[in-house]
Design a protein around this ligand. Structure first.
Ligand code: ZN
Length: 63
């Protein structure tokens, strides 16, 4: 039951061997993640970009 690794289709998200049920991904989690990535690209809106690291000026209150 061994397969050459080259023939194993891997999940494009996490590189684990994919599961036929969730092909071409290994799980619903990775499938959803790919979908989110796709949607985020599709829904790129013009306007101010929110910095995910936060506003650097907001971190100075502790001083
Ligand atoms: Zn995966």
């Amino acid at each position: 039951m061994s397969q050459p690794s080259a023939l194993i289709r891997r999940c494009p998200i996490c590189r684990k061997p994919r599961v036929a049920e969730h092909a071409p991904f290994c799980s619903t989690r990775c499938r959803d993640r790919d979908l989110v990535n796709w949607l985020e690209e599709g829904y790129t809106l013009p306007g101010p970009v929110v910095d995910p690291e936060g506003d650097p000026e907001a971190g100075d209150f502790g001083n």
